[in-house]
Design a protein around this ligand. Sequence first.
Ligand code: LIP
Length: 273
Amino acid sequence: MIRSAPTPPELLEIAVTVARDAAATAHRMRAEGVSVAATKSTVTDVVTAADRAVERQVLDALRTLRPDDAVLGEEYGAGETGPAADGGVRWIVDPIDGTVNYLYGLPYCAVSLAAEVAGEVVAGVVRNVATGEEWTATAGGGAWRAGERLRCSTETDLGQALVATGFGYAAGRRAHQARVVAELIPHVRDIRRMGAAALDLCLAAEGRVDAYYEKGLAAWDLAAGGLVAREAGLLVTGLAGRPAGPDLVIAAPPALFEPLHTRLAALDASGGP
Ligand code: LIP
């Protein structure tokens, strides 16, 4: 059977359905009590039973709805699916972004689910597990929350900008990131470290922070939130024209991009361990 490629809105509809069910499971499991199931890169990089259960639920739902698609997830990797076929769809899932907030009962954690076609993210949803706030975007179709189209901050002065960032789990990386932030903070309004990269990108999409940067993001932290940010008018890149990725993600409105990029380059924000 020849199946036509799904459109971004069709992929978004699936993503939203799956992410809402996933967020409901995460919410219910949080209410039932949460404990650490395992650790990953360091003893503070935790996995809860909910991270695994939620990703498993997403994998099962996608296998039912889109059996030929590939999936990349934080907990099970490319697991059972392998790479996307040429021109095929790959889903990228972070079952709970902001796992430490989830563990501590802080209301800043999210399910993030994106659909990539031919290597480009074309649809994405980020849903806050605690509050039910939900951000969506399709490539070329804008970024949205609660029926409102989102636009990024119009701030033009880096000195007035509220800048979100985050830190990795490994001590050496955190030390380097702390040095960067110590040098940046005199040049911005203030810094926010809220603990979930996907949500930071969504807040930047609606100007609730002016800009965001972080080193060390994985594909599942960035995929859906990055599209939401881009569709709201932010530039989302790495340093020196490189694409956004593990080395660095800078998400800034056009007027703030250059001054922020210049500072981060001078501070070697993509360097260190
Ligand atoms: C986390 C982020 C957080 C970032 C951490 C980590 P997790 O994801 O979203 O903001 O600073 O480095 O990647 O581990 O909660 O899925």
